[in-house]
Design a binder for this molecule. Structure first.
Ligand code: SAH
Length: 266
């Protein structure tokens, strides 16, 4: 493997203020140590309620969020268009909808989080920066389905795997109801999805200590995988499959994700 390191200090410095959540600052997708009771209903958002009752225009807020992400250096306009189109407030609990357009991770129940918009945009722009453009893309860690929804506006074929049964069930229904074209699987994403491999790109939304070799094998030659790696200290790693037996690895930004876990829950 060839290594070329590029480290950028672009962590989100925003501290989340929430009395019943033990959030750490600088999170991209942070584990919630003590989820509050209200998170239990994260799977059943009532579309638009909080946004509506606060008198906020979600589109205006979303465009402002997109500008913030752009100012942090993401320039892929297809990805930015997708970020502008997906209604992030419909993927979080009603009580958090008013915060949906902050560039921050938020709880979605089951000790998991919806990824920070910047990190979603950055990961998708990184794998999309290839010729030919990726068409068939795998996500590991569907969560609430936000990133899968954004991906479906960038790539023609989106596959996504989730290991928590309850999240899988709710998200499958949510994405279907909202009309997003995605193929979802309840299972261990560390094993990939062999029936649909090879993938032109793979995006991993949870941090492991290493990148599973199976995923690297399910990448098409010329394809890119992006994944957070590490525990207390994590970085995004981009791996390009340059030939059937050769992968090149680059270390990118410092990030903070929930852990990649083997097996399934529920
Ligand atoms: N993509 C989501 C991020 C969800 S957080 C978004 O758009 O916001 C990361 C998700 O990865 C969690 O839902 C967690 O349950 C899931 N996960 C962790 N390990 C996994 C594995 N081995 N296979 C599939 N999903 C996994």
């Amino acid at each position: 493997m060839a290594f070329s390191a590029r480290r950028l200090e672009t962590m989100n410095k925003k501290t989340l203020v929430s009395p019943d959540l033990d959030f750490k600052p600088s999170n991209s997708n942070t584990r919630i140590i003590r989820p509050g009771k209200r998170n239990e209903s994260a799977q059943n958002p009532r579309p638009g309620d909080a946004i509506g009752s606060l008198g906020l225009t979600s589109e205006r807020l979303r465009l402002r969020m997109v500008d913030r992400v752009r100012s942090k250096g993401v320039s892929d306009e297809t990805v930015m268009g997708a970020l502008a189109a997906v209604e992030r407030h419909l993927f979080v609990d009603e009580g958090l909808a008013s915060r949906a357009y902050e560039d921050a991770a938020l709880p979605i129940g089951h000790s998991q989080t919806i990824s920070q918009p910047w990190v979603v945009a950055h990961m998708l722009a990184t794998v999309n920066d290839a010729e030919p453009k990726p068409r068939k893309v795998l996500e590991v860690g569907t969560g609430c389905g936000y990133q899968a929804a954004v991906m479906s506006k960038v790539f023609p074929q989106v596959y996504s795997i989730e290991r928590v049964r309850a999240l899988y069930d709710t998200t499958k229904e949510r994405l279907r109801r909202m009309g997003y074209r995605t193929q979802l699987l309840f299972g261990d994403g560390m094993l990939g999805w062999s029936t649909h491999a090879p993938f032109d790109a793979i995006v991993v939304a949870a941090a492991g200590l290493s990148i599973p070799q199976v995923l690297l094998e399910q990448l098409a030659v010329g394809g890119r995988l992006i994944a957070p790696q590490g525990q207390a200290v994590q970085h995004l790693i981009m791996v390009t499959r340059v030939s059937p037996n050769q992968w090149e690895r680059q270390t990118l930004d410092a990030v903070r994700f929930v852990p990649l876990k083997p097996g399934v829950q529920g």
